[in-house]
Write a protein that binds this ligand. Structure first.
Ligand code: ADP
Ligand code: MG
Length: 343
């Protein structure tokens, strides 16, 4: 194929197309982009006004004709056109050399359909990919957490993202058991808003709720629990008001989504073949994704499963790092990649 002689290889990249954040890893360079998966659209003209960080800043502050959209919000591609625009924008942002055609591995939520998967690959080709592959989130996460995915020993990884939680038991390069629920950090934010509205008559924005969760949210009681001053809009007076919110209240508010996540883990354990279950008794469970940073979640999961629980070293990056490793060790790991076969 002589046309390929003129293509410059290199700048191969791995992309974690997450429901909350998109990260891009460039081969031999590391993570070069880490931005929220948000696009701000002018609904009059259908024009994208901002993507990523700039667009997230607009959530809850936009005039009526601007809408800040999270196209992957619930772990499915709710708006394909916008997902594609976002993906192309991010690829172009890191891909400086227009003549070099990169190989691109994209990690997608495992709940998306075959059609959506091909559409994601197609978006990568439009953005200039030489080859595009997709990889399932739990597999990428496990590789990124240095778990021995190719060995006969079973490994369990739990990836708690914004819109979804994915639980998988992996052995010999394949997913043996998996469970995916459409509950993650977003559901916790929404519950905090509902709680504060009901108990304190105060209206909070989504970003404030997320900040409260990160600052004082927890999955189990712990020592010296703090409180936080929270500012919102009083429902009756309509004016700004500040209240004191305790960690115990926040824990109560987010209990349901936390319990759903723990149940998904227990369901996967119940469905794990005995040999692999015995392995998990030894090696324990790895939790990753931004949700793994919720305080004492590891402790809660350990208590409810009786297994040892480890938090990934960099929970927000394990998926992109794992996808990146597939690029770098392509010959060894390409068995875990999927491609619609366009070369
Ligand atoms: P996705 O893969 O779906 O894009 P991420 O793995 O990037 O999701 O995780 C994003 C989620 O993690 C968000 O809901 C965010 O609020 C949550 N998160 C991030 N840091 C923390 C923290 N310190 N405590 C609790 N939740 C957190
Ligand atoms: Mg993720």
């Amino acid at each position: 194929m002589p046309d390929r002689l003129f293509l410059v290889a290199g700048q191969d990249m791995a992309i974690d197309l997450g429901t909350a954040n998109t990260l891009v890893y460039v081969r031999d360079q590391g993570v070069l982009l880490n931005e929220p998966s948000v696009v701000a659209i002018n609904t009059n003209t259908n024009e994208a006004l901002a993507v990523g960080m700039d667009a997230k800043r607009m959530i809850g502050r936009t005039p009526s004709y601007v809408e800040a959209i999270r196209p992957l919000r619930d772990g499915v591609i709710a708006d394909f056109d916008i997902t594609e625009r976002m993906l192309r924008y991010f690829i172009k942002k890191v891909h400086r050399n227009r003549w070099a055609k990169p190989r691109i591995v994209i990690c997608v939520p495992s709940g998306i359909t075959g059609v959506e998967r091909r559409a994601v690959e197609e978006a990568a080709y439009h953005a200039g990919a030489r080859n595009a592959f997709t990889i399932d989130e739990p597999m990428a996460a496990a590789i990124g957490c240095d778990m021995p995915v190719q060995e006969p020993t079973g490994s369990m990884v739990v990836d708690i993202g914004g819109g979804t939680t994915e639980v998988a038991v992996i052995a010999m390069g394949g997913v043996v058991v998996s469970r995916s629920v459409r509950v993650g950090g977003d559901a916790m934010d929404e519950r905090i808003i509902e709680w504060v509205k009901k108990e304190h008559n105060l209206l909070l924005g989504l970003r404030t709720a997320e900040q409260i969760k990160m600052a004082i949210g927890s999955a189990y009681p712990y020592h010296n629990e703090p409180s936080a001053e929270v500012r919102g809009r009083d429902l009756e007076a309509g004016l700004p008001k500040t209240i004191l919110l305790s960690a115990a209240e926040v824990r109560a508010a987010i209990e349901e989504p936390v319990a759903t996540i723990v149940d998904a883990i227990r369901y996967a354990l119940d469905n794990t073949p005995p040999e692999l279950a015995a392995d998990l008794m030894n090696v324990g469970i790895m939790i990753t994704g931004g949700g793994a940073l919720l305080k004492v979640l590891n402790y809660r999961v350990a208590i409810e499963t009786g297994l040892r629980v480890e938090i990934a070293e960099r929970p927000l990056q394990s998926v992109v790092v794992g996808s990146g490793r597939c690029l770098e060790q392509f010959d060894l790991l390409h068995g875990v990649l999927e491609s619609s076969g366009r070369f």
